[in-house]
Design a protein around this ligand. Sequence first.
Ligand SMILES: Nc1ncnc2c1ncn2[C@@H]1O[C@H](COP(=O)(O)OP(=O)(O)OP(=O)(O)O)[C@@H](O)[C@H]1O
Ligand SMILES: [Mg+2]
Length: 317
Amino acid sequence: MENAPAIEAVGLTKTFGSFTAISDINLTVERGEFMGLLGPNGSGKSTTLKAITGLLIPTSGTVRIAGIDIRDHRKAMEHVGTVIETPEPYPNFTPAEIMDYIGRMYGMDSREIAIRARDALETVKMWEWRNSRIGGFSKGMRQRVILAQALIHNPDTIILDEPTSGLDPRGMIEIRQTLSELKTRDRSLLISTHILKEVSEICGSVTMIRDGRSVASGDVATLVHGTNGDMVSLEVRTLKEIPAQLPVDISGCPGVVNVEVLGPKNLRIGFSGTMEDQSHVTETVFRSGVGVLSMNEKGADLESLYMHLTQGGNNVA
Ligand SMILES: Nc1ncnc2c1ncn2[C@@H]1O[C@H](COP(=O)(O)OP(=O)(O)OP(=O)(O)O)[C@@H](O)[C@H]1O
Ligand SMILES: [Mg+2]
């Protein structure tokens, strides 16, 4: 199965009683690919990752890891390191002790553990802290130890459920840097998040889910510039407060995909249309007499695609 994709999920569906948490999710992560699983709270990200890693059995659908059916759990998971609801490591232990413990569970001998523990702890930049007690670490440092645990058996595929959730900005950046480093080692990654920046910074591809259904999947650049036309986002800052009627008027202009009210004097317009249509939109804003301070055009990006596909935020359109 040398050339099989790192992860292949087909028709994944999971129901809890009469509630359908995920429905017909299909995704493929090729070897060396970094994919983000993006969706609002409750959209089914964790359920999808649990089905993929065999933590829960899907109602229907199949999963293959490096060509191995996930129902052959032990064999398939030799390829995978995961952090999905992994408990906090015991505070009285040191990272070195934790790695030793986990390594033994994998049946490694002391020599192998020593080599793998060093590599994993160096990867997450915790090697110098290997003999300190985890109880004294910051949340970001503990999260890096948890990530090291997932790397001990040298997996070629890594699956993480919101690895930066609850971290401060520095902690988030450090985890992202660690993940970017894994890319240089030819690993494959599937990471769930609701942080768009996380996907645009480290992932080449994305699967977006909404209400348990996949609404887009594939290469980020192709999706952003693809089927939706070249979407631009026009951010408007005004001198006066924006009257409630203005977003409604803008929504009625041809080419306007959505209008978000970001603040009393701040709007963002998702637009995909002709230049004539775009000038009509800007004229509408100027003519309203709100006193335009600035109008900033950003090219098609993941954010506008996400807003378009998930219809989140304060959309008027
Ligand atoms: N064991 C369960 N029993 C019943 N419903 C469940 C169960 N697990 C999840 N759900 C429901 O399935 C839906 C998807 O949940 P899931 O945890 O996969 O979402 P998520 O995208 O990971 O959300 P979040 O961003 O909050 O982590 C939610 O409506 C949730 O309440
Ligand atoms: Mg979740």
